[in-house]
Write a protein that binds this ligand. Structure first.
Ligand code: PEP
Ligand code: MG
Length: 327
């Protein structure tokens, strides 16, 4: 089965009846982008840029960042890059960016909240991303370099607007020929308030990407790294699925797309449920790309919708898994 999936890895990702769902790769290192493409990824759906920052002893300057982002975009050859802005904080500290000790780092200064306290760092990163996505050479000028930037841990539209103001200023400042032309600015949905307020967010963002790891942690109030409890932090919990359903409904009502970039996107049972909920893109570890594509080819959209309804109707994650296993 694995050999078959590998053989078909470059075939477009779609259900048996031809419903397209983009399958992209999650990456922490731009040097691995070429490998992801070789494994059949249709783009990078989550570039965890904090690893790039962690790999340096000091904050990487504009030129260093441009070079690294460019490496990913070059390897992608026109496929989209979804780059997440720096997502560090109490639990993922940067040695050169000390954060005061917190009792609850997962509820503390992290993600976009932290970035907005250092707007100059966010500004440099956004500038680097925009400039890296400019057509690199004249011979490459006809190759698009689609860039999607997403903000982590956004809780409501206020944080999005604050970041967008910086983004908009940069678009004015950087000459059009020196920056991306095909770009979008979106948010991750990983805080329950963002899912509950998705209709308000959807009116302003270009896209959503659901971070099911954190969304599950915050919805179920289970530390995702807890040694005893984390096994119960299951993204197939009906409460999490309802939040995803609300997110997709809000996005589609505004003509926006929704990805899922948490672990749930590569769960064999979850793939049809997510597709049935209307998710447009699944971003998984590069190694899983051929398998997720193969999984998509096993069902049709009507079956996926039935699976989603079945899952939503359950009361616990165990019941969801039991109900889905039966088929
Ligand atoms: C998530 O929270 O689901 C996610 C994709 O981000 P990370 O795992 O990096 O927190
Ligand atoms: Mg997260």
């Amino acid at each position: 089965r694995e050999a078959e999936a590998w053989q078909a890895r470059f075939d477009p990702a779609q259900t048996r009846d031809g419903h397209r769902v983009e399958v992209a790769a999650n990456l922490g290192n731009t040097a691995h982008a070429a490998d992801a493409v070789e494994r059949g990824a249709e783009g990078i759906g989550l570039l965890r840029t904090e690893f790039l920052f962690m790999a340096h002893a000091r904050e990487p300057d504009l030129a260093t960042q441009i070079e690294e982002y460019r490496e990913a975009l070059d390897a992608l050859e026109g496929r989209p890059l979804v780059a997440r802005t720096l997502d560090v904080g109490g639990d993922k500290p940067l040695p050169y960016w000390p954060v005061p000790k917190e009792d609850n780092p997962f509820l503390g200064l992290r993600g976009i909240r932290l970035s907005l306290t250092r707007p100059e760092v966010l500004e440099t990163q956004l500038r680097a991303l925009l400039m890296a996505a400019a057509p690199a050479t004249s011979e490459a000028a006809d190759k698009p370099r689609p860039l999607r930037i997403m903000l982590p841990m956004v809780k409501d539209v206020g944080e999005f607007r604050a970041a967008r103001a910086i983004f908009a200023r940069l678009l004015d400042e950087i000459p059009a020929a020196e920056r991306a032309t095909d770009m979008q600015l979106g948010v991750m949905i990983e805080v329950p308030s963002a899912a509950l307020l998705a209709p308000a967010l959807a009116a302003e963002v270009d896209f959503f990407s659901v971070g099911t790891n954190d969304l599950t942690q915050y919805t179920l109030a289970i530390d995702r790294d807890h040694p005893e409890l984390s096994a119960h932090a299951d993204g197939l919990h009906p409460a999490v699925l309802r939040l995803i359903e609300m997110t997709v409904a809000a996005a589609h009502a505004h003509g926006k797309w929704v990805g899922v970039c948490g672990e749930l996107a590569s769960d064999t049972l979850a793939v049809p449920v997510l597709v049935g909920l209307g998710v447009d893109e699944l971003s998984v570890s590069a190694r899983q790309v051929p398998l997720v594509k193969a999984r998509l080819r096993e069902f049709d959209l009507a079956e996926a919708r039935a699976q989603a309804q079945l899952a939503l109707a359950q009361a616990t994650s165990e019941a969801v898994r039991d109900a889905l296993e039966v088929r």
